[in-house]
Design a binder for this molecule. Structure first.
Ligand code: ARG
Length: 611
């Protein structure tokens, strides 16, 4: 199944209020580019006598100098058939339904592009239709309606503290879940905790032999981490300790009640500490099955893969080769270790089956850093073949990978002593730094409010800095940059929100009350029109962001929207005497606020009334 660029479906059952720009019988499409694309393909192409199956219009947002949208699919189509592309484009335009021609200026451009420029009345109709977060959502909910996505994110390993590197999977995962759900998908969030594996031998041995009760009571996760390190060191020094740790693991896997109880206890301590951070960052899960959940589902995996001839025994281990792949033809995917134990690959194969069959996923996304690329490539190759051999249909799969966070020296970020920076400490520092900033800017606000603002700004800054980068790249973490009120940062965008809000506050109006901009007419000045166009671009941005599962596209858009608003606000006075001009501009202010806040919430940021 291919979900890269979700197909356009019927447009929502919403009608422009007040404005009758689109004919009464027609709904104002949320994603106009997709609507034009679908109409060109389905109706115009037929009417113009094109080979419909072979023609893809490829309508995309255009360079604003040329219009709002551009279709460039005619070129390839005409070239392959030795037709004149400009003539084909002309034919298509003539075949367009009347309602499109009445809403857009349509023209052939260059070698055979079709340019669409929405008329001001069409811009107004869209702004009047998508007037609340709920209506934006119902507009976008066509994108993934009927798709169930299982998103596996955060997924840390038990008994280790979360450190700064863990934040990427958490915030990107949460944003992706929110975005997909906003666009109509049924999203199942699974925190696939690494709660099984060889580390438990050493942990249990350490717990039994080295634990410090007082430390365990004071900071349990810290103590578990110390126990693991101490046990690891002891096992390296003394082979007898290593054997003892292995014996503890064997006992655990055989179901020894004491070790099982300890295992539960260790997991509970870990989860409690993770929860604290998830709560702080407003991150949620539906499930937390974890690796251990798949223990009794592994035999089926081994059996089916062997029976279908995909897996073979190799030096006691069970492995899968992929002869068609340049590397994986010799580099095996080890699905069972030579000592008979399961591993990361065995459980992940079992997750693919469970998520497809039990959770009924059409699509599965797993978030980890890019270093696990080979594992997921092998997992996916193996799953496709396995499912084909067993007559199952495979879901769509994405390994949503991300780069590392670097310190200002360009190397992996570390504390001065060389340890990884704990996430808890990083978030506390973010709030402290933001508190100092807020206090400097608005000393008159009561301390409780300054603390609250600082929390939204500080946590928002850390989060946004991560989301605003293309996830595939590494990025440098620098406090001054992420907390700056200038540039593509959380403080800048949160401040932009409060600026728009203050316009309404001055007038004693609620920006979310539809009455705040009643009687608005279509955008008239160049800057009004440019802002209106940018607002409509929210739809295409959501489509692009979800198609690629890259939140930075939404960040860039919101940053540009805030810039477009500033330009408009500098050029067009909003609070003027003329009621018609005022209403027209207030409508743009209200929608800017709506789109900014909706977008920031999708990214997981908390917006503020003032700061
Ligand atoms: N626990 C793993 C790690 O810390 C990530 C798990 C990702 N999910 C999965 N199904 N493999 O690297």
């Amino acid at each position: 199944m291919q979900l890269r660029f979700p197909p356009a479906r019927s447009t929502p059952r919403l009608r422009a209020r007040g404005a009758l720009a689109f004919p009464r019988a027609m709904h104002v499409p949320f994603d106009i580019a997709a609507y034009l694309d679908a109409t060109l393909q389905a109706q115009a192409a037929v009417a113009a006598g094109l080979e419909t199956g072979a023609f893809t219009p490829e309508v995309r947002p255009a360079d604003p100098r040329h219009g709002d949208f551009q279709a460039n699919g005619v070129l390839g189509y005409a070239k392959a058939r030795k037709l004149n592309p400009r003539a084909v484009a002309e034919q298509l335009i003539t075949a367009l339904p009347a309602e499109i021609l009445s809403q857009c200026d349509v023209a052939v451009a260059g070698p055979g592009f079709i340019n669409f420029k929405l008329k001001p009345a069409a811009l107004l109709a869209w702004l009047n239709t998508y007037d609340s977060a709920e209506h934006l959502k119902s507009g976008a909910s066509n994108f993934y309606r009927g798709h169930r996505w299982v998103v596996d994110f955060s997924s840390p390993n038990t008994a280790k503290q979360l450190h700064v590197g863990h934040i990427r999977g958490m915030v990107i995962g949460e944003a992706i879940c929110r975005l997909l759900a906003f666009c109509g998908a049924d999203v199942v969030r699974d925190n696939h905790i690494g709660d099984w594996g060889t580390q438990f031998g050493k942990l249990i041995w350490g717990y039994k032999n080295l634990r410090d009760e007082a430390a365990l009571a004071a900071d349990p996760l810290e103590e578990l981490e110390r126990l693991y390190k101490a046990a690891d060191a002891a096992a390296k020094e003394n082979p007898a300790t290593l054997d003892a740790a292995r014996a503890e693991l064997v006992k655990l896997q055989a179901g020894d009640p004491e070790n099982l109880a300890l295992w539960h206890q260790i997991n509970a301590i870990s989860s409690g500490a993770f929860e604290e951070i998830y709560r702080k960052l407003d991150i949620h899960f539906d499930h937390q099955f974890g690796e251990s959940f798949y223990n009794d589902k592994l035999t089926q995996v081994y059996d089916e893969l062997r029976a279908s001839g995909l897996a073979e025994d190799s030096q006691g281990a069970v492995v899968v080769f992929h002869p068609e792949h340049p590397r994986f033809k010799t580099q095996p995917f080890i699905i069972r270790k030579s000592d008979g134990a399961s591993n990361y690959a065995s459980t992940d194969l079992a997750t693919m089956l469970f998520r497809t069959e039990q959770l009924k996923a059409n699509a599965i996304a797993i978030l980890t850093d890019t270093r696990q690329g080979d594992h997921f490539e092998q997992l996916w190759l193996t799953t496709q073949k396995w499912f084909t051999k067993t007559n199952r249909s495979a879901p769509h799969f994405e390994h949503v990978s991300f780069g590392s966070i670097l310190g200002e020296d360009g190397k992996a970020i570390k504390t001065r002593s060389g340890d990884p920076i704990k996430l808890k400490a990083l978030l506390a520092e973010a709030e402290e730094r933001a508190f100092a900033l807020v206090t400097e800017k608005s000393p008159e606000l009561p301390e409780a409010e300054r603390r609250d603002i600082a929390s939204a700004v500080g946590l928002g800054a850390v989060r946004y800095a991560d989301l605003a980068q293309n996830r595939s790249s590494d990025y440098v973490f620098a406090w001054d940059k992420i907390l700056s009120f200038e540039g593509n940062t959380a403080p800048y965008l949160l401040y932009a929100v409060t600026r728009v809000r203050s316009i309404f506050r001055k007038l004693g109006l609620d920006p979310y009350d539809p009455a705040a901009a009643t009687g608005a007419t279509a955008p008239a000045t160049t800057t009004e029109t440019a802002l209106a166009r940018k607002l409509l671009g929210f739809a295409a941005t959501l489509r692009l962001t979800t198609a690629q599962l890259r939140p930075h596209f939404l960040c860039t858009y919101l940053y540009e929207l805030a810039g477009e608003f500033s330009t408009f606000y500098a050029a067009d006075k909003v609070i003027v005497d003329d009621p018609a001009v005022r209403a027209r501009r207030l409508l743009l202010c209200a929608r800017t606020l709506l789109v900014l806040e909706t977008g920031l919430h999708l990214l997981g940021l908390r917006t503020l009334p003032r700061m």
